[in-house]
Design a protein around this ligand. Structure first.
Ligand SMILES: [Zn+2]
Ligand SMILES: [Zn+2]
Length: 134
């Protein structure tokens, strides 16, 4: 079961598991992520929806823009997941809610067109004005 990773919110009310390898690992600079997290950037991992499950509690949810559903812990407010109607087979979750976020470094930065400007990354990773072109 070493390909199973676990994570959860700050207070422990919500826990989750993901299985297998992430399809994507990135840092998002978009305005929505910034507002939702109260943070200049948010790191995300993408998994197949069938490889992700909530194992404890029930996160609260809201539509952050019409095709996007985000969830968070209703007790402590930790942002947890992101689902887009155009990608119904995948789910993103916040890399830093994992118990082992150091094991999942990002491969690129997205939405630099929204960047707040005062955080400078020296990681040399590719960055894109919007989503990474597929
Ligand atoms: Zn919580
Ligand atoms: Zn974003």
């Amino acid at each position: 079961m070493k390909d199973v990773v676990e994570g959860g919110c700050f207070c422990g009310a919500v826990r989750y598991q993901a299985r297998g390898k992430p399809a994507n690992s990135m840092v998002c600079h978009c305005q929505s992520c910034r507002r939702v997290a109260g943070s200049p950037v948010v790191a995300w991992l993408t998994y197949r929806l069938t490889h992700f499950r909530i194992t404890k509690g029930k996160p609260a949810e809201f539509p952050s823009s019409p095709p996007v559903r985000r969830t968070f812990c209703a007790k402590c407010g930790t942002p947890l997941t992101y689902e887009h109607a155009d990608s119904p087979d995948t789910i993103d979750f916040t890399t830093c809610t994992l118990d082992s976020p150091a094991s999942f470094p990002p491969t690129h930065h997205s939405w630099l067109s929204h960047d707040v400007g005062w955080v400078k990354f020296g990681d040399g990773l590719p960055s894109f004005p919007e989503s990474r072109p597929s």
